[in-house]
Write a protein that binds this ligand. Structure first.
Ligand code: NAD
Ligand code: TYD
Length: 352
């Protein structure tokens, strides 16, 4: 049994679905179901006795202690977080609560549980913390990609809160010996991503004939990784990672935001011809403190474990576009009143 937190969100749900498809081992999935969590993403597991869902906050120590005592997992994989930079600019408090205070509470629960385990379960236990490349800050145009020893320099409330959680995880290994592993990954894309992030937002707006809002000059660079490749990397780190270590995960797929949107318009035009999607591109006010470039040097996980992504950016993007075109019911379900409020606030500056 493994315990996954945030398993109703984008990466967590992909991880749980892939895990159940590939392995026999059961999963207990703890998620608070914020606006970003959606049980519809886990509909395929409705009749799966190996998937146990618990609606709870990672900061709710009593419930987490009870879940650990009842299910006795061999590992905790912590995806739960507030994850959207723009929301962290409008309202940072939830990021401090979940990403810092919540991770702290989860670490305390994990430490108490792990300390109580008999051998060999105690030595085998792992706490995997899922983090981001954004903790390293913004890269100069010609600088090498972030590696595991790059100093932290977070620039947004989101990345600062993730950096704080990474430091807590590191300290729990160093001080208490908790067998932690941290992964710092680049931007993910793929099925089940909430349509507030760049790629699904652009797909949804393109299909609806709405403007495609590119921040600033559109030349900010991100290193894009298909979510299924990220999930495979996490499984590898869980199975083979050295306690206390961190692993950077990325796929050498640096693209400017404008390149991403143009590629997306081309893929859409192949699948849904008849419209010039590129004509919908509209440049809008830049994000405050917008990091210019992220890129990951993933040579450690590649050299140590042979992990390498299977999808290219073009193949992954085509799969993603096809998925969104095929899953309009999922999209409708997640695009609630709360979603429309966010779109009004972020893109017109007006509360809905
Ligand atoms: P997401 O926002 O799609 O999902 C987050 C999930 O966590 C949701 O289901 C939400 O309900 C749940 N959650 C939030 N607060 C909670 C709490 N207090 N207790 C329990 N559950 C809670 O995020 P995502 O994109 O799937 O990201 C997952 C993790 O991966 C995050 O830690 C994020 O920092 C990290 N990450 C994301 C990316 C990316 O490109 N999306 C890249 C690198 C790392
Ligand atoms: P996002 O998906 O929010 O991820 P992150 O900020 O964590 O990298 O944004 C990816 C890039 O796309 C980032 O440079 C901001 C930009 N962006 C836009 O230009 N327009 C948008 O509407 C959004 C949501 C993002």
């Amino acid at each position: 049994m493994i315990l996954v937190t945030g398993g109703a969100g984008f990466i967590g749900a992909n991880f749980v679905l892939d895990w159940r498809a590939e392995l026999d081992e059961p999963v207990v999935n703890v998620d608070k179901l914020t606006y970003a969590g959606n049980l519809g993403s886990l509909a395929a597991l409705k009749d799966d006795p190996g998937h146990h869902f618990v609606r709870a906050d990672i900061g709710d120590r009593e419930t987490i202690d009870a879940v650990l005592a009842a299910h006795r997992p061999r590992a905790i994989i912590n995806f739960a977080a507030e994850s959207h930079v723009d929301r962290s600019i409008h309202g940072p408090a939830a990021f401090i609560d979940t990403n810092i205070v919540g991770t702290f509470a989860l670490l305390e629960a994990a430490r108490a549980y792990w300390s109580s385990l008999p051998e060999p379960e105690r030595s085998r236990f792992r706490f995997v913390h899922i983090s981001t490349d954004e903790v390293y800050g913004s890269l100069a145009p010609d600088a090498d990609g972030f590696c595991e020893t790059t100093p932290y320099a977070p620039n947004s409330p989101y990345s600062a809160s993730k950096a704080a959680s990474d430091h807590l995880v590191r300290a729990y290994h160093h001080t208490y010996g908790l067998p932690t592993l941290t992964t710092n990954c680049s931007n993910n894309y793929g099925p089940l991503q909430f349509p507030e992030k760049l790629i699904p937002l652009m797909i949804v707006n393109a299909i609806a004939g709405k403007p495609l809002p590119v921040y600033g000059d559109g030349k900010n660079v991100r290193d894009w990784l298909y979510v299924g490749d990220h999930c495979a990397a996490i499984r590898t780190v869980l199975a083979r990672g050295a306690p206390g270590a961190t692993y950077n995960i990325g796929s050498n797929a640096e693209r400017t935001n404008l390149e991403v949107v143009h590629t997306l318009c081309r893929v859409l035009a192949e699948q849904r011809p008849g419209r010039d999607y590129g004509a919908q591109i509209s440049f809008v006010r830049d994000r405050p403190g917008h990091d210019r470039r992220y890129a990951i040097d993933a040579s450690k996980i590649h050299n140590e474990f042979g992990w390498t992504p299977r999808e290219t950016f073009e193949s992954g993007l085509t799969r993603t576009v096809l998925w969104y075109l095929d899953h309009t019911a999922w999209l409708q379900a997640v695009s609630s009143g709360e979603y429309h409020k966010w779109i009004s606030l972020n893109y017109t500056g007006e509360p809905a």
